[in-house]
Write a protein that binds this ligand. Structure first.
Ligand code: GLN
Length: 202
């Protein structure tokens, strides 16, 4: 990689623009990924929040699922927020029967894990990898990580309440995922952390 990395944003569905803005404020170039050819030359991938069943359908229909699996399997860094976390998970609970994922992260992710009463909520999450100030996290029909394999590093958990100690941020080598949406809050530390991962990999 010479100069700034080029980061693809999976643009099948979801909050693509918000991730583009967050990445732009980290000083990296982005490209929308809709077709397999769009993957040529990108250094990393962001999978946005949205609806993972729709992303799965569209990725299969447009022939993107296998190329995405291949690139992520070869070690291309990827970050997924919310539905993006679901897309990067090897195993799902509460997925639709026909739902597929890109996979790569050795985790079981539970969809819509926080339940109906708390469809959406905000909480401060301590993520020491991002510094001492907790991140203000927005959760929207969010998943959590139900089970994580040995090589998965837990970066953040819910501090208190019914969901106390549930895992909401993980890293496994070149893969990063959060249950919440840092792209919605203007705090770019998660995106900066990901860009650092991408630069280290290069
Ligand atoms: N519940 C959604 C899904 O299963 C994820 C929600 C989100 O990305 N905000 O895909």
């Amino acid at each position: 990689m010479t100069g700034a990395p080029l980061i693809g944003v999976l643009a099948l569905q979801g909050d693509v623009r918000e991730h583009e803005n967050a990445l732009a404020s980290c000083g990296v170039a982005t490209r929308r990924i809709r077709l397999p050819a769009d993957l040529d030359g990108i250094d990393a991938l962001v999978v946005p929040g949205g609806e993972s069943t729709t992303m799965s359908n569209l990725a299969l229909r447009w022939g993107l699922m296998e190329p995405l699996r291949a690139r992520v399997g070869e070690g291309m860094p990827a970050y997924g927020s919310c539905a993006g976390m679901i897309m990067l998970a090897d195993r799902l609970e509460g997925g639709r029967p026909d739902q597929q994922t890109i996979g790569g992260l050795d985790v079981t992710v539970r969809r819509n894990a926080f339940g109906r009463q708390v469809d959406s909520f905000e909480a401060d999450v301590q993520i020491l990898a991002l510094g001492p100030t907790p991140i203000h996290a927005v959760f929207i029909r969010a998943p959590w990580v139900e089970q994580a394999g040995e090589s998965v590093q837990v970066l953040g958990t819910i501090a208190s309440g019914d969901a106390a100690s549930r895992i909401v941020a993980v890293r496994q080598g070149h893969l990063l995922a959060t249950s919440f949406h840092p792209e919605l809050t203007g705090d770019t530390r998660v995106h900066q952390y990901f860009v650092e991962m991408v630069r280290e990999q290069a």
